[in-house]
Design a protein around this ligand. Structure first.
Ligand code: MG
Length: 401
């Protein structure tokens, strides 16, 4: 194939086989039968991403060479003059990942091969165990251990703090209430219960989800040291990262952060000051494989590892992109995995598979994954007001989710 292959059409495929809106992109080229797929999922604002793609970025992409990924990424990021942000970054990611997929298909190589070749055969993953009581969390952990998982994130009551009757004022507004102090107390009890029963057979992880006041996050990090967590996630909100110095001074538990970041200047200080051990940006949220590759190389000399965000609101296409980065990155740490259903696998043929706690790629070139547009059409996306992010403290104060 010559280097004159160009973008002929961009098709946006929005689908929700698991009830969570996913936005994916198919970039169709001038070469018959050659196309690429990418993830552009910002589930809470999915229609805005579809509009950004269809109205603005697809017309920008059509007619351009598929070969010039870096050039296109720079043009797309600056074409609207105002830069970054979750809607634009995700829309660009859809195109960026599809162009990497196309380049791999043209070369007959995986994206990991294009990046420099794999450092490992498969990516170790962590999965989520949750329950409303310490006993239920332990039961879920044992079940996952039986399935071959060795890295397990343990949470009680979702992100916690909802176990007891909340002390609310009369007339309190509706919302997703939680009590941060209760969350701390019940989580320490749960961690002691699970670690006590499991011993060192599995690695445990936990996500604070930025729900604590900074000084309480520091206290919590100090108190979980005894449980030997693999990492503690989002102990601090992006707005509170100046507190990492105190957290580091009081705790030796490894720290992971990054899913809310948009721009390199948000993670650069954490790298340069060695304040985190794992960077876990949401790859489509930062703009795709092109900027994620730069994160890997930026973190490498600081011995900071990757743990890309891998929830159910990253499409299987996005997970396939995560996996290609995981296979290549010399400083890969671990991959979050959400255990897709058969419905999702039908819509996205080639979705990577876990065997005995490791996520394996298939033999396909590029990202090794496809989109079945007819299957996707059976699961049309719905728009609805998001409830779980309408979080409040017991006195009614609206807070970060
Ligand atoms: Mg998280």
């Amino acid at each position: 194939m010559s280097s004159e292959v160009t973008v002929r059409e961009v098709r946006v495929v929005a689908t929700q086989p698991e009830g969570t809106p996913l936005v994916t992109v198919m970039v169709v080229t001038s070469e018959p039968g050659l196309y690429g797929v990418g993830c552009a999922t910002f589930t809470q604002r999915w229609k805005a991403v579809v509009a950004a793609l269809e109205s603005h970025l697809a017309p920008l992409a059509v007619g351009r060479s598929v070969n010039r990924i870096e050039d296109f990424w720079q043009v797309a990021m600056h074409n609207g003059y105002w830069r970054n942000g979750p809607i634009q970054n995700n829309a660009i990611s859809g195109l960026d990942q599809a162009l990497w997929d196309i380049k791999g298909k043209m070369a007959g190589m995986s994206v990991a091969d294009l990046l420099g070749g794999p450092c490992r055969e498969a990516a170790r993953v962590y999965v989520h165990a949750s329950g409303d009581t310490p006993e239920a969390v332990l039961e879920a952990t044992l079940d996952l251990e039986d399935q071959g998982y060795r890295y397990i994130r343990v949470q009680q009551g979702g992100y916690g703090g909802k176990g007891h009757a909340l002390h609310q004022p009369a007339g309190a507004a509706g919302g997703a209430y939680y009590d941060p102090r209760e969350y701390c107390r019940e989580t320490l009890v749960m961690l002691a219960h699970v670690r006590g029963a499991m011993g060192d057979r599995v690695e445990l992880l936990h996500d604070i989800h930025e729900r604590l006041q900074p000084v309480h996050a520091v206290e919590f990090a100090r108190r979980v040291d005894e449980f030997g967590l693999f990492f503690l996630e989002d102990a601090l909100a992006p707005e509170d990262i100046e507190w990492f110095d105190q957290l580091r001074a009081h705790s030796t538990t490894p720290v992971a952060m990054g899913e809310l970041f948009n721009h390199p200047l948000e993670w650069t200080p954490l790298i340069e000051r060695r304040q985190v051990d794992y960077l876990r940006m949401h790859v489509s949220q930062i703009g795709g494989i092109t900027p994620a590759r730069q994160v890997v190389l930026q973190a490498l000399p600081y011995n900071i590892k990757t743990a890309w965000h891998g929830p159910g609101d990253t499409s299987p296409v996005g997970h396939a992109a995560n996996l290609q980065l995981d296979l290549w990155a010399p400083n890969f740490g671990i991959q979050e995995w959400c255990r897709f259903s058969d419905a999702a696998r039908e819509v996205f043929p080639g979705t990577p598979e876990v065997r005995n706690g490791y996520l394996y790629p298939n033999d396909g070139p590029g990202l090794g994954i496809d989109i079945d547009e007819q299957a996707a059409a059976r699961w049309p996306c719905e728009t609805r007001v998001i409830d779980w992010t309408q979080t409040r403290w017991p006195d009614g104060t609206p807070v970060r989710p």
